[in-house]
Design a protein around this ligand. Structure first.
Ligand code: PLP
Length: 445
C-alpha cells in the first residue's frame, strides 16, 4: 500500500499539533493513515487505500459509516435549523425520555459532551451527594482523561499516572483489582465511611474486554448499599451496545445508582451523559448544589442523531444482527488462534471482540471461566479469558502494536492500535467482511 499522502499530512500535522493528533491514541507508529471518508464498514484514506474498520470511532458507530435514513434526515434538519441555541429543545426531552424508558438505573439524566465530562461530573455528583471524597476504581479501568481516575498504585499508596495532576487528587482514589470481592471488602473496612462511590465499567472494555465473575457486580451493589456509598457504572462503551437498549446493567441484572454514557448515545456526534436515581441526579445544579454546566450540552444535532440512532436500533433488530455477526467473527478467530498461536486468546461479547496476545498459555494464567465468569453458561468458550489487570499485564503489547497491527493494516483491516482497547462490529459489516478479516488474521498471525 502507498501511504505518501498520509505521511505528508502527518508531517504537516506534527508542525502544528502535539504528536500530530488531537487524541493521543491516534498517533500510531510510524504515522497514522489520514482518513478521507467512511463508506459503510470501510474507511478510505488519503492515498485511496480501503480498510475494513473495526475501530468504529472507538465505539460510537453502531451503523458503521452509514447513517440510516431517519438518522441522516434528523441530522440534516437539526443542523440546518440551528445548529444550537443555548436554550432547551424538545429533542433533548425526547432523548432523555427514551433513555429513561429503557435503562434500568435511569430516572433522570443530564447530557454533556464527552465520556470524560460524564465521568468527571458523576464523580463530583457522588462526592456532593455523599459528602465524602474517596472513589474506588478498578486497576486497569479507564474513565477518560480525568483527574480522579488517572491514578496508579495500591490502596493507601496511590499517585497520579500522568504529569499535571496534583498528588492530592490521587490520594482520594482507591484502586482495587477487578473481580476480587475480598479486595473491595478490605478497602471498605479501611475507608468505609469516606467512600463516595465505587466506579467501574460493568465489563472492562479498555483492558482487553474482561467480564465480571458471577456475583461480583452484585457484591459491589451490596457493599456500597451497606456503607451508604454510590455505585456508578461507566457504560460509555457498553451503553446501548452490550445488552442492547437496557445496556450491560440490564444484561447482568445489577442496577447502579448512577450510570455514565458516551459514544453510541450521541449517534456519532460528541456526547456524554450522567443518568441515575432521581434523588441523586437532582443534586446537579440548578435543582441541587453540585455545579454542572456546558455550552454545548444537549446539542440539538447530537440529540437528534442519538435519538434517531437508538429508535432505529429498537425497531430494526440491529442488536441481533451485530451480535450474531460478531459471534461468527469470534468463532472464526478462535479457530485461527488455536491453529496458529495457541497461547493467544479471543475475548468479547455482544458486538465487542479482541484477540489478546498473552505471553504464556492458559495453564499459567487465571481463567475467568473457572473463576465464574457470568457469561460462562451461554459463552461458547472461545479460549482463555483474563480475569483482571494482572492477567492482562501478561500480554505481548509490543508484538501487537509494532507488528500485528501494521500487518493487519497492510492487509486492509483497521484495528485498534492498542491491544487492550475493544474493537466493534457494526450494522454495516457483512459476512464477506468477516471472511476477508479472518483471512487477514490467518495470514498476519
Ligand atoms: N469511560 C470509558 C469506559 C471509556 O472507554 C472512555 C473512552 O474511551 C471514556 C470514559 C471517555 O470518553 P471520551 O473519550 O468520550 O471522553
Amino acid at each position: 500500500m502507498n501511504h505518501d499522502e498520509s505521511r505528508d499530512l502527518y508531517d504537516r500535522a506534527l508542525s502544528v499539533m502535539p504528536g500530530g493528533v488531537n487524541s493521543s491514541v491516534r498517533a500510531v507508529r510510524p504515522y497514522p493513515f489520514f482518513v478521507e471518508r467512511g463508506d459503510g464498514a470501510h474507511v478510505v484514506d488519503a492515498d485511496g487505500n480501503r480498510y475494513i474498520d473495526y475501530v468504529m470511532g472507538y465505539g460510537p458507530l453502531l451503523y458503521g459509516h452509514d447513517m440510516p435514513d431517519p438518522v441522516r434526515s434528523a441530522v440534516q434538519s437539526y443542523a440546518s435549523d440551528g445548529p444550537m441555541y443555548g436554550a432547551p429543545t424538545e429533542i433533548e426531552v425526547e432523548h432523555a425520555e427514551f433513555v429513561a424508558r429503557h435503562v434500568p438505573s435511569v430516572e433522570k439524566i443530564r447530557f454533556v459532551n464527552s465520556g470524560t465530562e460524564a465521568t468527571v461530573s458523576a464523580v463530583r455528583l457522588a462526592r456532593g451527594y455523599t459528602g465524602r471524597d474517596k472513589i474506588v476504581v478498578m486497576e486497569g479501568g479507564y474513565h477518560g482523561a480525568q483527574e480522579s481516575t488517572l491514578v496508579e498504585g495500591e490502596p493507601g499508596d496511590t499517585a497520579p499516572s500522568t504529569k499535571g495532576i496534583p498528588a492530592s487528587f490521587a490520594e482520594h482514589t482507591v484502586p482495587v483489582p477487578f473481580n476480587d470481592p475480598e479486595a473491595v471488602d478490605e478497602v471498605f473496612e479501611e475507608y468505609g465511611d469516606d467512600i463516595a462511590a465505587v466506579l467501574t465499567e460493568p465489563i472492562l472494555g479498555n483492558m482487553g474486554i474482561v467480564h465480571p465473575v458471577e456475583g461480583y457486580l452484585e457484591h459491589l451493589r451490596e457493599v456500597t448499599d451497606e456503607h451508604g456509598s454510590l455505585l456508578i457504572f461507566d457504560e460509555v462503551i457498553t451503553g446501548f451496545r452490550v445488552g442492547g437498549l437496557q445496556c450491560a446493567q440490564g444484561k447482568f441484572g445489577v442496577t447502579p445508582d448512577v450510570t455514565t454514557f458516551g459514544k453510541i448515545i450521541g449517534g456519532g456526534f460528541p456526547v456524554g451523559a450522567i443518568g441515575g436515581r432521581a434523588d441523586v441526579v437532582e443534586r446537579f445544579s440548578p435543582s441541587g448544589d453540585v455545579f454542572q454546566s456546558g455550552t454545548f450540552s444537549g446539542h440539538p444535532v447530537t440529540m437528534a442523531a442519538g435519538h434517531a440512532y437508538l429508535t432505529y436500533a429498537a425497531e430494526n433488530g440491529v442488536y441481533d444482527y451485530v451480535n450474531d455477526l460478531a459471534e461468527t467473527l469470534r468463532r472464526g478467530l478462535t479457530d485461527i488462534v488455536e491453529d496458529n498461536a495457541p497461547s493467544y486468546t479471543v475475548v468479547g461479547t455482544d458486538s465487542m471482540f479482541k484477540t489478546i496476545f498473552t505471553r504464556e498459555g492458559p495453564d499459567d494464567l487465571t481463567d475467568a471461566c473457572e473463576a465464574g465468569c457470568v457469561q460462562r453458561e451461554s459463552c461458547p468458550r472461545y479460549g482463555y479469558c483474563p480475569k483482571n489487570g494482572a492477567d492482562v499485564a501478561n500480554a505481548e503489547t509490543e508484538r501487537w502494536e509494532r507488528i500485528f497491527w501494521q500487518e493487519m493494516k497492510e492487509r486492509g483491516v483497521f484495528l485498534t492500535a492498542n491491544q487492550f482497547e475493544s474493537q466493534f462490529v457494526s450494522y454495516a459489516h457483512t459476512e464477506e467482511d468477516v471472511e476477508e478479516t479472518l483471512e487477514a488474521y490467518k495470514e498476519a498471525l
